[in-house]
Design a protein around this ligand. Structure first.
Ligand SMILES: NC(=O)c1ccc[n+]([C@@H]2O[C@H](COP(=O)([O-])OP(=O)(O)OC[C@H]3O[C@@H](n4cnc5c(N)ncnc54)[C@H](OP(=O)(O)O)[C@@H]3O)[C@@H](O)[C@H]2O)c1
Length: 300
């Protein structure tokens, strides 16, 4: 697990006597809770979660050792930070529930809902609460997440730093301008999906040339991990690193030319372009989505 904080200032995630709530104790909600608790950013008795599914509440409570309830409304007024980890289509219901449950004006709301902009969050909420929007990804499960964050019109620099501290508990976190969020959703939010497909295909290729599947998969995954670390730790351009391993008349140049023949660059660019377009429609609600011909799109 590598932790590489992008900033050095230490900020308290919640104030003295206050609590932190997480609405939606699914995959991402539980992942963030685990990071917060194991990173000791908050004590167990200061954290609670709410989920509409009683079975999810029981399982999450058991796994994390915190209160997870369907009737969480009474806890809302005591929270000074609430993480919104439900699907984009559930945003209107959850924000109305929070508002009607006595949400304090100064409570920071951090949303990870794909496609739901800060202006939409603020207008659904109808209050002047500070709002931070985040786009994490699933490698957060193993502490190697990539999250970007931006702040809404009522959020301060300190609010952004509080959010950054939370996401750095599960990987890296970088503040970016909200205008880039659809592209980020397509590149790093959906990115693990592309990487898994590429790794699966390379492992199949290893099997094709005679390797046992498990060995092929280990070789591929460790090679991806090591190559990523080289890009991040050396700061060198990937093309320069690639040149270093491309011996004249060797195997690598042969393989690379086959990838170029298959138009790997334009295929990847088109994939990200398509995902960016889809991201722009997330959070608009089911009617708008089907009007735009996008089908069922409720996640990232
Ligand atoms: N997974 C990713 O890779 C990823 C990456 C970046 C961002 N995100 C964003 O993260 C959010 C959560 O994704 P996820 O994969 O964690 O989804 P998930 O596993 O389905 O978790 C969402 C949870 O919220 C619950 N819920 C639904 N409506 C609720 C309500 N009104 N009150 C309280 N709880 C409610 C759901 O219960 P039911 O199952 O009963 O509906 C479910 O347990 C999404 O907005 C997604 O866009 C996900």
């Amino acid at each position: 697990m590598s932790k590489k904080p992008e900033h050095t200032e230490t900020v308290s995630v919640i104030g003295e006597g206050a609590t932190l709530g997480v609405i939606g104790a699914g995959v991402m909600g539980q992942t963030l809770l685990r990071g917060l608790l194991s990173g000791k950013l908050v004590a167990h008795d200061r954290v609670w979660a709410g989920d509409k599914n009683p079975a999810t509440c029981d399982a999450a409570s058991e796994a994390l050792g915190i209160a997870v309830e369907s009737d969480y409304q009474a806890r809302v007024s005591g929270a000074d930070l609430i993480l919104l980890c439900v699907k984009p289509n559930d945003a209107p219901v959850v924000l109305a529930t929070l508002r009607n449950a006595g949400l304090r004006r100064e409570t920071l709301l951090i949303s990870i809902m794909a496609g739901v902009g800060t202006d939409r969050l603020e207008s659904l909420l109808g209050t002047e609460n500070p709002v931070v929007r985040a786009m994490p990804n699933t490698p957060a499960v193993v502490g190697e997440g990539m999250t970007v964050i931006c702040r809404g019109r009522y959020a301060s620099k300190t609010d952004l730093q509080r959010a950054q501290a939370i996401f750095e508990a599960v990987g890296r976190c970088i503040p970016v301008d909200e205008v880039h969020f659809n592209a980020v959703t397509a590149l790093s939010g959906s990115g693990p999906g592309y990487q898994f497909l590429i790794m699966e295909a390379l492992a199949d290729a290893g099997v094709r040339v005679g390797l046992p599947r498990q060995l092929a998969l280990t070789l591929v995954a460790q090679t991806a991990l090591g190559s990523a670390r080289m890009v991040l730790s050396t700061g060198r351009h990937p093309a320069a690193l690639r040149d270093d391993v491309t011996t004249p008349a060797g195997c690598t140049i042969g393989g690379l030319l086959m990838l170029e023949d298959g138009r790997i660059r334009s295929v990847l660019a088109r994939a990200v372009e398509e995902a960016t377009k889809i991201s722009a429609h997330l959070g608009m609600g089911p009617n708008k989505i089907s009007e735009s011909g996008g089908g069922q799109r409720s996640g990232d």
